[in-house]
Design a protein around this ligand. Structure first.
Ligand SMILES: NC(=O)c1ccc[n+]([C@@H]2O[C@H](COP(=O)([O-])OP(=O)(O)OC[C@H]3O[C@@H](n4cnc5c(N)ncnc54)[C@H](O)[C@@H]3O)[C@@H](O)[C@H]2O)c1
Length: 339
């Protein structure tokens, strides 16, 4: 059955792919973005687009009129930066969620799907992260995501709107902003190496992450908007097969091979404060409730990204967000604009 669907962050990486697939399924999509991130040409042509800020409750009330399902993808998903720009990240990650959720309730929407983040788990005594673990976020971004989840739960209990929390890992794919110096490690490496420049790695590069290809995140997200079985659930979205989990050093080696970048000698800079060493999630619940499976592995996903960035052309990094706290702990990559 086709529905009227509202997508926040539609010019972003995930929001644009999700909207395209929703349109393909016959849904009507209204989308908003304020261009804190994303690219204007990411917005699919058939989306009814409004340039608007998700934090603007009055505007959200108007735009959400008649909408049935809401996907809240907009955020400032800058985990590392959140330690140095906590106000910016909290505003666009937590406050925007409260504004969109309450506007969705006001407008009578049936369901909200919230894009949370693996950052909500923080440092856990055990790996992989499972949904029954008590979240222990350690940075303002993870705290904002977990607080946003709790705000949605509370408002849902009081007002009856259905919700599902998606908990993605690190996602890769086309349309990801690759000139943002504050996030998206794979995109940054590709942009640098295509310019003939060495990648810059925080710490010893042995921190490990599991990467998902964007299509493998969009499939479960689509179901989360419509399936009965996922109401009130928080579900990890991403692969848990061993080969998808790599260190940042391994990631640099993979990108170098794909690009044909000779003489890889990463530049190592100080650790980023509060960076979690090991982070990966179990996909067991997603398999059970959503039929989740990994269809694109890391290497194939990286090939697609490299091709896309090559086609668009490399870009200089854009230091587009304010650094609120400049101290001796602020990474030189940002303070001294090393990228
Ligand atoms: N990409 C990942 O690896 C990843 C991993 C886990 C969770 N997530 C979550 O998934 C969602 C999408 O992430 P993404 O990678 O597509 O990020 P993105 O930055 O590409 O997209 C987010 C979009 O939201 C917009 N936006 C930000 N604040 C806004 C506001 N106040 N009003 C309107 N628009 C606003 C930005 O301009 C951007 O286009 C985010 O909520 C993020 O926290 C992403």
């Amino acid at each position: 059955m086709c529905a009227k669907v509202f997508v926040t962050g539609v010019a972003g990486f995930l929001g644009s792919h999700l909207s395209e697939r929703l349109l393909g399924q016959g849904h009507q999509v209204v989308g908003i973005d304020n261009f804190l991130g994303g690219y204007r040409d990411n917005v699919p042509a058939d989306v009814k687009f409004h340039e608007a800020d998700a934090c603007d409750f009055e505007k959200m009330k108007t735009l959400l009129k008649g909408m049935e399902v809401v996907y809240h993808c907009a955020a400032s998903p800058h985990e590392g930066l959140s330690v140095f720009s906590p106000n910016l990240v909290t505003l666009h990650t937590y406050n925007s969620t409260v504004a969109v959720t309450s506007a969705a309730i006001f407008a009578g929407a049936r369901r909200i799907v919230f894009c949370s983040s693996m950052a909500r788990y923080g440092e856990q005594p055990k790996l992989p992260f499972t949904e029954d673990m008590t979240p222990l976020p350690i940075d303002p971004y993870g705290i904002a995501k977990y607080a946003a989840e709790m705000a949605i739960q509370s408002l849902s209990k009081a007002h009856g709107i259905e919700y599902t929390h998606a908990i993605p890992h690190n996602i890769i794919g086309t349309r990801q902003k690759y000139d943002d110096p504050y996030r998206n490690v794979a995109s940054i490496m590709i942009n640098l190496m295509l310019q003939g420049r060495q990648p810059i790695i925080y710490g010893d590069g042995e921190q490990k992450r599991a990467f998902s290809f964007v299509d493998d995140v969009v499939d479960p997200l689509l179901k989360m908007g419509f399936d009965r079985s996922v109401v009130g659930e928080a579900i990890n979205v991403g692969p848990d097969e061993e080969y998808t989990c790599v260190s940042i050093n391994e990631l640099a080696r993979k990108v170098a091979v794909l690009i044909g970048f000779k003489n890889l000698k990463p530049v190592y800079v100080a650790d980023r404060p509060m960076e979690v060493k090991m982070a990966y999630c179990s996909a067991e619940k997603a398999r059970r409730l959503l039929g989740y499976r990994t269809s694109t592995n890391l290497d194939d996903g990286l090939v697609k990204m490299v091709e896309w960035i090559r086609r668009r052309g490399t870009k200089p990094f854009e230091y587009h967000l304010p650094l609120e706290l400049i101290t001796d702990r602020t990474p030189a990559t940002w303070k001294d604009r090393l990228f």
